[in-house]
Design a binder for this molecule. Structure first.
Ligand code: NAG
Ligand code: NAG
Ligand code: NAG
Length: 447
């Protein structure tokens, strides 16, 4: 029995839009919010609707997979028991060490004892827990034998300025199994002498992303280009015939005339590609389609998540719905990730909550001490992705790490919709904390 079938029996005057939504969501689960739509009708209908919805909620609780999508995904998970392994909730119990050096009883009296939290320990360069967050190479699961970015020492221009590293270029690694990696070298090199060049070592290059253009047969790289003070706020574009370069740098611009800092590009199934960037002092994100050759933006742009101060966007798509993970804006310090979903890539985008599961509360409030950077689909396993994040080491950015965790898109969202009385079109995005995990058996990048 389909959940929506029962709901439609208590519906009185379905308007056109609702009907459309209903058809679209024929097999999706109704939520309590859906009941609000009934408030326009007579009391008895409202009661009936409420009863219907309550009944459905119960039904949903007991028969977790009555709808067809659910059935399918349930089957999928059953067919791949490794998903159960990925979805296991793994707790962390890290004891915060007592403060070093004994306080005199007098000092202890005068200053209220401040409790150190895990995030304090994370940000404290000399913390005894340093190895927990930044394990030595031998302990880290480190298939990539070299550091994340091919960069020089971290330093600050001004005392309160942002920590940065010189541009050395964009490095490339290749892998057939996501485990063993080959260093392909620098594919976009820094400019050593010309100080006015975007890629001069004194500038900033972040978040490079490469997409392949079928029409032109070129690999196109988009990246955040900035000066040491982060006042340029631009995007740069480079192009190559092969993914391992060398890439030709084509120049930078402020897309649509706006500041652009953290950014990403997303290539849709229909071949359209989009640029998404933090703008207006990182208070909102902008999204717009690229031209057919992927070398420029078009004049179309939408402001999304306005006033929400989100950055580090990572986009992906599942069963026709667009999803995005973002972080808050706290410099190099980690903060809480949020998942967002949209029916149309240009919006409206709705926030569906913190996707992090497991670890402990501080792990979940800091995105496992990391910041979103990319989401990699696992071909052959619909609904399964790798969440890729940067664990920045503000004291030594070269020593920053990657955190890769399994991400599953399935089940109902746990945060109510912000403004819509419609069915939720999206599923919960869950990133599972694991100290160690493995890809599902039978996984191959060439499926
Ligand atoms: C330095 O770079 C700028 C910007 O890319 C360029 O216009 C200029 O021609 C370059 N100068 C030299 C000497 O190559
Ligand atoms: C950064 O700002 C400082 C002071 O505000 C200024 O002196 C310096 O020229 C700026 N540097 C760049 C690369 O814009
Ligand atoms: C990119 O497109 C804008 C208009 O959308 C145009 O003004 C600009 O010259 C283009 N840039 C390049 C490099 O083609």
């Amino acid at each position: 029995m389909s959940g929506c079938f029962a709901c439609s029996t208590v519906r009185v005057v379905p308007d056109k839009k609702e009907e459309k939504m209903r058809m679209r969501n024929k097999y999706r689960k109704p939520t309590a919010l859906r009941c609000n739509a009934g408030s326009r009708f007579s009391t008895s209908v409202v009661v009936l609707s409420l009863l219907g919805c309550l009944f459905l909620l119960h039904l949903y609780t007991y028969l977790h997979h009555t709808d067809r999508n659910g059935e399918e995904s349930q089957l999928r998970w059953n067919h791949h028991p490794q998903f159960g392994e990925l979805q296991e909730v793994e707790e962390e119990d890290i004891q915060i060490p007592p403060p070093r050096g004994k306080r005199s009883p007098r000092a202890a009296k005068r200053r209220p004892k401040r409790t150190t939290t895990l995030i304090d320990e994370f940000l404290d360069e000399s913390s005894q827990l340093r190895h927990v967050f930044f394990p030595g190479r031998k302990k880290a699961i480190d298939p990539i034998q070299t550091a994340a970015n091919e960069n020089g020492p971290t330093y600050q221009i001004h005392k309160k300025g942002a920590a940065r590293v010189d541009i050395i270029g964009v490095g490339c690694y290749s892998s057939k199994d996501l485990w063993t990696w080959k260093h392909e070298g620098i594919v976009l090199a820094a400019e050593e002498t010309n100080e006015t060049h975007d890629l001069h070592t004194s500038n900033v290059l972040e978040r490079p992303k490469v997409i392949y253009n079928e029409r032109t047969g070129k690999y196109v790289m988009w990246m955040h280009i900035d000066d040491a003070n982060y006042t340029k706020a631009a995007v740069g574009v480079a192009m190559s015939d092969t993914p391992d370069g060398p890439f030709d740098y084509l120049g930078s611009q402020r897309p649509h005339g706006y500041e652009s800092r953290d950014m990403t590009v997303f290539k849709d199934e229909d071949g359209m590609a989009y640029l998404i960037y933090s703008s207006e002092d990182n208070s909102e994100l902008h999204i717009g389609p690229l031209t057919e050759d992927y070398l420029n933006v078009t004049s179309v742009m939408r402001r999304i998540l306005v006033g929400q101060h989100r950055e580090a966007p990572a986009l992906f798509k599942h069963e026709g719905t667009y999803y995005m993970i973002t972080s808050g804006c706290t410099g190099w310090a980690p903060n809480e990730a949020l998942a967002h979903a949209a029916e149309s890539i240009l919006g409206p985008w709705e926030t569906i909550g913190n996707p992090c599961i497991g670890g402990n509360k501080m792990f979940r409030l800091t995105t496992f001490f990391a910041q979103s950077t990319f989401v990699l689909p696992l071909p052959g396993f619909p609904g399964a992705f790798i969440f890729m994040a940067d664990r920045w080491n503000p004291a030594d950015l070269r020593d920053s790490r990657y955190v890769w965790l399994p991400m599953i898109v399935a089940g109902p969202v746990d945060q109510p919709l912000e403004y819509s009385f419609e069915f939720p079109l999206w599923s919960r995005v869950s990133i599972y904390w694991h100290r160690k995990w493995r890809l599902p058996h039978g996984w191959s990048s060439f499926k």
